[in-house]
Design a protein around this ligand. Structure first.
Ligand SMILES: [Zn+2]
Length: 391
């Protein structure tokens, strides 16, 4: 085979590996989680008191301050060590800064409002030993442990989901080689009946991920099988995420510039379409497109969705269906030019043409591939002016 002169640049990205912990360790982890909660609540109370003292100057405690104050506390805890305490302190300090709150929510260990278990650790604490892992002297077994082979991590955590199962979560570095896309650009319409339609006529079906399980969930709840219902909810969420992951990967592989309609899901949740909107997982899909696009050096742009459903993508006249009452209209014929349109594909085409000619906000976007990945996701309000130009 002849040598390829092309240099393939290999980049790395951080992915979180989630491995299910075998059930034999659940009691131990549940006990450790209670102690983590105690550390969290202590840190929460201490830093709130320091921020609003009875007398003297207020002080905003950092994670490091909390470490100093909690030094030596580890000997009073049976399950967790000083490294875990430090990780809890650091997390608490980060969240307080992020939300700009002197006091955060308490972590609850028992009862109906129990917080989902969480036990953070530093990498040095987690040791691999044959077929099991060791964490503060306790042996753990996880499913698919071979996935950890050859990975390096700085920190991680054990986390519990709503079903009560525990997962080992570690961020790991993965390398990948970016490939050139086949096509230049695409518009995506995030709809209600179909999750997404592309301007090339492709569709990803929404709702399926949840709706076919819905009856099973209702049956389980009627019978009082709470755990089973939660398990089914988890299955539905996982299926939906999986379908969206596959779709976003495909789009990022195929297209250099990706225009996504800017739908305000907050507005639609108030209407009777709430369930479909939540189903569709738009936020999830947008996030996936943005980070995958950034890694692959694509441009992902959010385009205003105004009039994209009503306007005809061939002639630009506003002859399409409008308003909530017309949501059932899937296929329509333009009164201006006589073209037959699929509602969602037509909207995707409009989003594409709106994205192609953005107004003066950022007028220097002529080169399709010249943009650095750092600018890969930006925003433009293009709806009306592009349509006016098309008309
Ligand atoms: Zn038309």
């Amino acid at each position: 085979m002849p040598m390829e002169p092309m240099v393939i640049e290999v980049s790395t990205c951080i992915r979180t590996l989630r491995l299910k912990v075998k059930a034999e360790s659940y009691p131990w982890l549940n006990a450790a989680a209670i102690q983590v909660n105690q550390v969290w609540n202590w840190g929460n109370a201490t830093s709130a008191k320091a921020a609003r003292p009875f007398a003297g100057a207020a002080k905003w405690l950092s994670g490091f301050d909390l470490d100093k104050l909690s030094a030596g506390a580890a000997e009073y805890f049976e399950y967790i060590g000083s490294e875990t305490i430090q990780r809890v302190n650091a997390e608490l300090a980060t969240r307080r800064r992020q939300f700009k709150k002197t006091q955060l929510r308490w972590r609850v260990s028992r009862g109906a409002k129990r917080s989902l278990g969480w036990v953070p650790f530093k990498a040095a604490q987690l040791k691999r030993k044959g077929k099991s892992l060791r964490f503060t002297g306790k042996a753990f077994r996880v499913f698919e442990q071979d996935q950890l082979q050859g990975t390096k991590c700085k920190c991680g955590c054990f986390a519990q989901d709503s079903v009560g199962d525990w997962w080992l979560c570690v961020p790991v570095e993965r390398s990948f080689a970016p490939c050139m896309p086949k096509n230049e650009e695409v518009g995506l319409d995030l709809g209600l009946k179909d999750t997404v339609a592309t301007s090339d006529g492709e569709k990803l079906e929404a709702g399926r991920f949840y709706r076919d399980i819905e009856q099973k969930i209702a049956r389980a709840q009627r019978r009082g099988h709470k755990r089973q219902a939660k398990r089914l909810h988890r299955t539905a969420a996982r299926r939906r995420k999986d379908a969206l992951q596959k779709f976003s990967t495909k789009i990022v592989d195929q297209y250099q510039r990706i225009f996504v309609g800017d739908v305000s899901s907050a507005k639609l949740i108030k209407t009777r379409m709430a369930k479909s909107v939540l189903d569709a997982g738009w936020g999830m899909l947008k996030t996936q497109l943005q980070y995958k696009g950034q890694q692959a050096g694509r441009r992902v742009l959010i385009v205003s969705e105004r009039y994209t459903t009503r306007a005809c993508s061939s002639c630009g006249s506003l002859s399409g269906p409008a308003g909530l009452a017309m949501l059932d209209v899937r296929i329509w014929v333009c009164s201006g030019c006589g073209d037959t349109h699929d509602r969602d594909v037509n909207a995707a085409k409009n989003i594409l043409s709106a994205g192609r000619c953005p107004p003066s906000i950022s007028g220097n976007e002529s080169s399709p591939s010249g943009a650095p990945p750092s600018q890969a996701s930006s925003r433009c309000e293009a709806g009306t002016s592009a349509l006016a130009a098309a008309a």
